[in-house]
Design a protein. Structure first.
Length: 181
C-alpha cells in the first residue's frame, strides 16, 4: 500500500508538467498565499493541521479565504467540504464553514480520498500553489512529539489549487481501477 501511495505522488508530480489549466473547485482567482513556505516550516505546522480538532483525515490544506492561515478542504462522496481556520497559522482551530463548497464527479463505487495530507502553499515565491505531501509520521520519544516527512512538488505551470487536487483525485481513481483489474 505504501508503494502505491508513493507511486501516486510520483505520477502527480509528473502530471504537473502535462495537465491542462482548468478549474474544478472554484470560479474565483487561484487560491494562493503571498507567504513563501519551506519544507521545514511545513514540517513545523504539520502536526496542528494533520491532527486537527475535527479529526478530519488526510485533508487538502490550503489558504482558501486568503487570510494568511491554512484552511481545510475534504472530499466526501462528490462533495467538497470547507472548514475555516478561525485560529492562527501556528495554532489552527477549524469550524465548518461551507459543507457544499463545491462538487466533483465521482463515478467510482469506491470512496475516493487523498492518500496523505497535502499542503498547497507557495515555496518559490511565484504566487502559485506548490504541493507539500506529508507522507510519514514518526513519534520522537526524546522530544515527545510527532515528526513528519514532507515531500515537495513544484507547480511549474502555475496551476490553481483546484487543478492540483483534481490531478490527485484522478490518479487515485486510475490506481484503484488498475488494482481492481
Amino acid at each position: 500500500m505504501k508503494n502505491m501511495k508513493t507511486s501516486i505522488f510520483i505520477f502527480t508530480m509528473f502530471l504537473f508538467l502535462l495537465a491542462p489549466g482548468y478549474r474544478l473547485l472554484s470560479n474565483e482567482d487561484p487560491v494562493t498565499s503571498h507567504k513563501v513556505f519551506t519544507n521545514e516550516e511545513i514540517k513545523k505546522l504539520a502536526d496542528a493541521y494533520v491532527e486537527n480538532n475535527l479529526g478530519l483525515k488526510n485533508p487538502a490544506i490550503v489558504d482558501v479565504d486568503k487570510d494568511g492561515d491554512f484552511d481545510i478542504l475534504i472530499f466526501n462522496n462528490g462533495n467538497v467540504e470547507y472548514y475555516k481556520n478561525t485560529g492562527t497559522l501556528e495554532k489552527p482551530y477549524f469550524t465548518a464553514e461551507n459543507m457544499k463548497y463545491d462538487k466533483y464527479n465521482s463515478t467510482s463505487l469506491i470512496e475516493i480520498a487523498l492518500p496523505y495530507p497535502v499542503f498547497f502553499a507557495d515555496k518559490n515565491g511565484d504566487s502559485s500553489p506548490d504541493m507539500f505531501v506529508i507522507n510519514d509520521k514518526l513519534f520522537d520519544t526524546k522530544q515527545q512529539k510527532n515528526e513528519y516527512n514532507v515531500l515537495y512538488a513544484e507547480n511549474v505551470l502555475g496551476l490553481d489549487t483546484g487543478v492540483l487536487i483534481t490531478i490527485v483525485l484522478v490518479l487515485l481513481i486510475i490506481v484503484l481501477v488498475l488494482a481492481i483489474l
